[in-house]
Design a protein around this ligand. Structure first.
Ligand SMILES: [Zn+2]
Ligand SMILES: [Zn+2]
Length: 148
């Protein structure tokens, strides 16, 4: 398993971050907003406590975009890489993109806390087959914190 802290960053290297602990959960989101935000059929986010995410370098290079209202998406303004987002209604946690961790390391979420969400709005031509739980919509706060 992954030994924390672990670091990650954007494509151009201007923004670097460190997470100091394992993720609560990982969601693979298939919604239409994530498709446009990441130019990908699925966006993979991990939740951690906000105090476990530290921007080591390039914080001034992070651009914030609010869409929909209450969801703040942060990305590198040089290379466009999405790095994290946070929700006004969940002030204690931050979502980050574990695909941006160095070396493809596992984000440390416990077994059973990885889900497909918003499968009900996936692209018509997306096909995926795995044994992870699927949800037509999103997860509630307890599930995002893996507190169920
Ligand atoms: Zn960048
Ligand atoms: Zn989504």
């Amino acid at each position: 398993m992954t030994t924390f802290p672990v670091s990650g960053g954007c494509l151009c290297g201007n923004v670097r971050y460190t997470v100091s602990g394992p993720a609560h959960c990982v969601v693979h989101c298939h919604c239409s907003l994530c498709r446009r935000s990441y130019a990908s059929l699925v966006g993979t986010g991990a939740t951690i406590d906000r105090n476990q995410m530290k921007i080591d370098k390039g914080e001034e290079n992070l651009t914030s975009f609010e869409m929909p209202p209450g969801i703040h998406r942060q990305f590198c303004r040089t290379c466009g890489c999405s790095l994290l987002y946070y929700l006004d209604e969940l002030p204690d946690i931050v979502f980050y993109y574990p695909a941006t961790l160095d070396g493809g390391v596992h984000p440390g979420h416990p077994q059973g806390s990885e889900h497909h969400v918003h499968v009900g709005s996936k692209a018509n031509w997306e096909f995926f087959e795995d044994s992870l739980p699927r949800h037509d919509e999103g997860l509630d706060q307890a599930a995002l914190m893996n507190n169920e």
